[in-house]
Write a protein that binds this ligand. Structure first.
Ligand SMILES: Cc1ncc(COP(=O)(O)O)c(C=O)c1O
Length: 426
């Protein structure tokens, strides 16, 4: 595969210098050179771009990701610049000067985010995380008493709580529908969610990928049906960005929130909010500054939210470049390959129960499983004691959530499976 050599070369095997790389044209709609998801030499060269200690193994990207070295370097470089050269700041042009964020329209970064997600730049606002993106949306729309908000029984607190505020404060009705753990199939979960809609449903809020189980919901089909019924659809993409394909034009949702500090490998405190151009103009601003009522650039209206840290945004831009350089499809294929390897191995063990969706196509890099007779904490602690591996406990019933990412290797997965077999035999 010529592509391997080309990609290796463009990544620079030891020290990635993104400023030296060509401008990035890859996106989901472009064709990135294909890397072999099983090629050990290629993925080792990718692993070498991370500072992550080789003494331990990280399987918890579902909580927080790992930054490539180039991302850390950018953050440090900018922090250094602030501390040494802040007097250079002449206050001439908020959109050019990069000393504090919160007043700059962040067009170059928002443009890259829009390219990643296939939407318009004016539809993208930068946020700190998923929780405040979802809060901006829930606070920004008007609901009447009795209007229903529907979501699933497996939503993260950061995705659903702003809608509970809507219930308590304004008399809207917050409803959940049980979707099964594990989910059986995409057609069954589609039917379950659609059947739970009523003539009073005004908002449908769903995780694109369920946080606990990693199950990918058939959001395109669900949003199409909701649209026919005039329901506002908003998706929580905390687990999808930098992980699976997110094409907002194709999905057709009205709003989407996500973060970059998990699968994209950006610094903590980086996220975004998308609202369709015909709807964002009517969304009230929650965090208001000078631009609160300036509709020339809707995304900027929400991005302008007071003094923030430019270092993390510039480092986010490097993380996006790294992702484009590697090719979003290559990233997904590698994550999926490792996730599949883990699930295939787990299925061989009769004492393991998997709570991720039964339909394999609904899973990628997150697997939720337990071992008969053990709690999640016991499994988590045993992984650490035996091999300094770090998946995350999900409590007494559901065992551990095990995330696989591009810095993981097949050897790490095989070693994890060996530990599961040892634990189930004892
Ligand atoms: C599905 C989902 N929604 C929301 C959140 C909260 O994200 P953040 O901490 O970026 O606000 C998470 C975090 O794990 C999540 O998995």
């Amino acid at each position: 595969m010529l592509s391997r050599r080309k990609l290796l070369k463009s990544l620079g095997v030891s020290a990635l210098s993104l400023s030296a790389l060509p401008s990035f044209s890859n996106s989901w709609s472009d064709t990135s050179p294909l890397a072999d998801p099983q090629d050990p030499a290629f993925w080792k060269s990718v692993r070498d771009q991370f500072m992550l200690s080789k003494d331990s193994v990280f399987f918890n990207t579902g909580t927080v990701g790992v930054m490539p070295k180039a991302v850390v370097d950018k953050m440090v470089e900018h922090t250094h610049m602030m501390a040494t050269h802040v007097a250079d700041w002449a206050y001439k042009d908020d959109n050019k000067e990069q000393f504090i964020s919160g007043y700059n329209n962040l067009l170059p970064i928002r443009t890259k985010v829009a390219k990643l997600l296939n939407c318009e730049v004016g539809e993208i606002a930068m946020t700190d995380n998923v929780t405040n993106g979802m809060s901006y949306i829930a606070n920004g729309i008007t609901l009447q008493p009795g209007d229903e908000i529907l979501t699933t029984d497996q939503e993260h607190g950061g995705g659903q709580s702003s809608w509970k505020v809507k219930e308590k404060r304004f008399g809207a009705v917050f409803k959940t529908v049980a979707i099964g753990k594990p989910i059986t199939s995409s057609s069954e979960v589609y039917d379950t969610i659609i059947k739970a809609l009523t003539p009073k449903t005004k908002v449908l809020m769903l995780s694109h990928m369920i946080s606990g189980t990693g199950s990918i919901l058939p959001v395109k089909e669900i949003c199409a049906e909701a649209r026919k019924r005039g329901i506002f659809t908003v998706l929580d993409g905390a687990q999808t960005i930098g992980h699976i394909k997110v094409d907002l034009k194709d999905i057709g949702c009205d709003a989407y929130v996500g973060c970059f500090h998990k699968w994209m490998g950006a610094p903590t405190g980086t996220g975004f909010m998308f609202v369709k151009s015909n709807l964002i103009k009517d969304l009230w601003t929650t965090v208001a500054s000078y631009r609160w009522d300036d509709h020339a650039d809707e995304g900027f209206r929400f991005t302008q939210r007071g003094t923030g840290n430019f270092a993390i945004l510039l480092a986010l831009e490097v993380a996006l470049d790294f992702h484009f350089q590697l090719g979003p499809d290559n990233v997904y294929q590698r994550i999926k390959f490792l996730g599949d390897r883990l699930r295939t191995g787990l299925r061989q063990n009769k004492k393991v129960k998997i709570f991720s969706a039964k339909e394999e196509a609904m899973s990628a890099g997150i697997t939720l499983y337990t071992i008969e007779g053990l709690t999640g904490t016991q499994i988590q602690d045993a992984y650490w004691a035996k091999a300094k591996m770090r998946p995350r406990s999900q409590g007494d019933v559901y065992g551990v959530r095990h995330s696989t990412h591009i810095f993981n290797s097949t050897e790490e997965i095989d070693r994890a499976l060996k530990i599961v077999n040892e634990l189930s035999a004892s």
